[in-house]
Design a protein around this ligand. Structure first.
Ligand SMILES: [Fe+2]
Ligand SMILES: [Fe+2]
Length: 306
């Protein structure tokens, strides 16, 4: 399967860039699955139902979230009323009360050619709000411990072509620890939340695609997508405490492209995905080779978003 996972979509510039580029990215990469973390899509904080629907209509298959999931209260009733909407909140939020939260932490999607993929959203424990240990929430949803890649070894996951985890967390050590635990039992574990793409996309020894953080779809002339002036004022603790505002510049897209084998459930290829409006943008463009013939057109679409 050919999968593109985009990092945190931040504010109007980020979501406009994603919406404009999604159809061409699907075509260029012949994608079976296009996912994005959308926890900052609504002016930097949370996700409204209307924005979620516009992202899904543009060609995204599923949206994940993170610590900002409840920032826009409309999403709470929306998820209660639409329990099968392809919008996830971290499965391990709220510690022991998580069963009472609206929404769901994973979804099994049926995609093209009868293939099935499980997408899971989990959140980290370190330097984050208290939550259930992510491993204990994830573990029952993964392939069995002694997974035989060619035959499958458990009924619950044997029919899945891939298991993909968005691990929304701050600490790289926690992300990599969880990835090592998931290696051989899932297809990919991708870090989100820091908004900064790391330089470590790799295949772990038992076939897990991994990147500590896949970055954001937002304006990089900023402090993680927020206006530099207000971020600086808050950091220096000037009073009154300034409210963070999304940076107004042109967004760049960041994420990761990877491929998985339906025969084994393992990842077979992983490439960084970074697309800026121009080659002198702060974020340097790096694309899978299949995207290169479309690069100028994609950059033009992003540049036209402001
Ligand atoms: Fe975020
Ligand atoms: Fe976050």
């Amino acid at each position: 399967m050919r999968i593109l996972f985009l990092g945190d979509i931040v504010a109007a510039s980020g979501r406009s860039a994603v919406i404009r580029c999604a159809p061409m990215l699907r075509q260029a990469l012949k994608l079976d699955l296009l996912c994005a973390n959308a926890e900052n899509a609504a002016h930097g904080f949370g996700l409204t139902p209307k924005i979620a629907e516009s992202l899904l209509e543009s060609g995204l298959d599923i949206l994940t979230t993170g610590n900002h999931v409840w920032d826009q209260p409309q999403i709470i009733s929306y998820l209660e009323e639409n329990p099968t909407a392809p919008i996830l909140r971290p499965i391990n939020m709220g510690a022991s009360s998580r069963q009472l939260l609206p929404g769901r932490g994973y979804a099994d999607l049926e995609i093209s050619a009868g293939r099935k993929v499980r997408v899971i959203n989990a959140i980290g424990n370190i330097f984050m709000q208290p939550c259930e240990n992510p491993w204990y929430a994830l573990e029952p949803l993964l392939r069995a411990g002694k997974f035989n890649a060619t035959t499958g070894s458990d009924t619950q996951t044997a029919e899945l072509d891939a298991i993909i985890i968005d691990f929304h967390a701050e600490a790289t050590g926690e992300k990599l620890t969880l990835a090592r635990l998931c290696d051989g039992r899932a297809s990919a574990l991708l870090g989100t939340h820091t908004h900064i793409p790391t330089a470590d996309p790799c295949l772990l020894p038992k076939g897990l695609a991994y990147q500590s953080d896949i970055g954001m779809c937002g304006c990089y002339e900023s402090v993680i997508g927020m206006e530099i002036e207000t971020a600086s004022a808050r950091y220096l603790q000037s009073l009154p405490r300034a409210k963070l505002q999304p940076a107004l510049g042109i967004a760049s897209l960041a994420g990761v492209y990877f491929e998985t084998s339906s025969a084994t459930g393992c990842a077979t290829r992983i490439e960084p995905f970074r697309l800026a409006a121009s080659d002198d943008s702060l974020l340097r463009t790096s694309l899978p080779q299949e995207c290169l013939p479309y690069k100028n057109e994609l950059q033009g679409m992003i540049a036209a978003t402001n």
